[in-house]
Design a protein around this ligand. Structure first.
Ligand SMILES: Nc1ncnc2c1ncn2[C@@H]1O[C@H](COP(=O)(O)OP(=O)(O)OP(=O)(O)O)[C@@H](O)[C@H]1O
Ligand SMILES: [Mg+2]
Length: 418
């Protein structure tokens, strides 16, 4: 098991400008070869503790897979350091890093059965097994016997010491993942969820110091996703292997990780426990990305030390905001309110008047999408109990739970910390 330290990591790719120049009539041959550096990861710093489960989450294209590939050694760093259990691995090839990566598309060998798929990495690398090195006379005899009995029925085949320890490891992993009955099938004879478990099994069998998983559940249907999600978390607790798990799904991030690192545009926006991220998002991006349905945002002005004004309503803030707001340079803010923190109320100076656009009844709660009566472009989502009968076009008044609001600066979206 291991700690993973990422220090000041940068990654850029050379992107050829050949195509654009090609269309221009003034293109010179030397221009075609020119390329521009495109920065994909910037200033990435974090430590994953021994045995920790860290989830990397962010929108498509933000650099999650690139970061994972750098950790795995599948890409070269542009700058910075990566350490795995105190060992600088910047220049080590993937094989020497003692990590196992699980990809989104399983990457199973189609011509090998499940047993051999799981055993593959073990057979290739003697150091993964605690058996004696090959080369002894015993090994030569073993190999001969294995070859001579290979065509026999399985119960009569000779099994070498080495193959015995491989078999023990494969069976252990298969029982962990409940795939014992699938061991002698080919990948094409398995469902997506079963293939996914085999891919996990192959990673687990190698007993790596670190698991890297890149959206391993994205090919599964919703129910299987939820099941496998729970299974991965349980397994990780059991094995205590340091794990970095990539997803763009905020529910997976919230439910799986000891900590979450939220990424956007090649930078880490915040790294903290799921509840810290949910309750104290560091900026507007994190506030909007984590939580479902997403947080609502409305522009407000600070009219007096504890009074927020919007063109439609005014809110008296709790005392706790006083010092944070006094220190602020500006009087304009973005007010953030989660859908769960709005409720139906009567008309008043502090309530928000909306017109309902959409009603989504989920059974246990109902989501209402609406816009402010005063501004058709200002949209608001809220959650109401399922017994409330609300129809499209209804005009409603909303109360804000003042103990749950968030304020962000208008220019860079930073959260005002209480
Ligand atoms: N080999 C490459 N050459 C040039 N640009 C690349 C290369 N690989 C990735 N990129 C760019 O780097 C950015 C980050 O890509 P990456 O695959 O890490 O995103 P991601 O967060 O994993 O997205 P997704 O959720 O869609 O998988 C993207 O803008 C992508 O186009
Ligand atoms: Mg990706």
């Amino acid at each position: 098991m291991a700690q993973v330290i990422v220090e000041n990591v940068y990654k850029s790719y050379a992107r050829s400008q050949g195509n654009r120049n090609h269309q221009s009539s003034s293109a010179k041959p030397q221009d075609l070869a020119k390329s521009k550096q495109v920065s994909v990861l910037r200033d990435i710093n974090f430590t994953v503790d021994d045995g920790e489960f860290l989830v990397l989450v962010g929108p498509s294209g933000c650099g999650k897979s690139t970061l994972l590939r750098l950790l795995a050694g599948l890409e070269d760093l542009t700058g910075g350091n990566i350490k795995i259990s105190d060992r600088l691995v910047n220049n080590l090839p993937p094989k020497a890093r003692d990590i196992a990566m699980v990809f989104q598309n399983y990457a199973l060998y189609p011509h090998l059965n499940i047993y051999d798929n799981i055993a593959f990495g073990l057979r290739r690398n003697n150091q993964l097994l605690n058996t004696h090195q090959e080369g002894s006379i015993k090994n030569s005899v073993d190999n001969l016997l294995v070859r001579a009995t290979r065509k026999f029925p399985r119960s009569l085949q000779y099994i070498s010491e080495r193959e015995k320890s491989i078999r023990d490891r494969v069976r252990y992993v298969a029982s962990l993942l409940q795939i014992e009955s699938l061991l002698y099938r080919l990948p094409k004879e398995l469902s997506g969820g079963q293939k996914q478990r085999v891919a996990l099994g192959r990673a687990i069998a190698r007993k790596p110091q670190v698991f890297l998983m890149d959206e391993p559940l994205s090919n599964l249907d919703a129910k299987l996703r939820t099941q496998t999600r729970a299974q991965i978390v349980k397994l990780q607790r059991q094995l205590q292997t340091t794990t970095i798990y990539v997803t763009h799904d905020q529910t997976e991030a919230m439910t799986m990780g000891d900590r979450i690192a939220v990424m956007n545009n090649g930078r880490i926006q915040q790294i903290a426990t799921p509840l810290e991220i949910y309750n104290y998002p560091a900026n507007r991006f994190v506030a909007e990305f984590i939580g479902s349905p997403p947080m609502n945002f409305l522009p407000v002005e600070l009219a007096s030390p504890l009074k927020l004004m919007h063109q439609d309503f005014e809110l008296d803030l709790p005392e706790a905001w006083k010092s944070a707001l006094q220190q602020s340079q500006t009087k304009s803010f973005t007010l953030g309110i989660r859908p769960q923190h709005l409720s139906l109320t009567e008309e008043s100076r502090s309530s928000i008047q909306i017109e309902v656009d959409l009603v989504e009844a989920l059974g246990n709660e109902t989501y209402i999408s609406a816009h402010l009566v005063s501004d058709i472009n200002a949209t608001v989502t809220l959650s109401v109990p399922p017994d409330k009968l609300i129809a499209i076009g209804d005009i409603l008044w909303l109360a804000v739970d003042l103990n749950k609001i968030h304020l962000f600066t208008v220019d860079d979206g930073r959260a005002i910390a209480l």
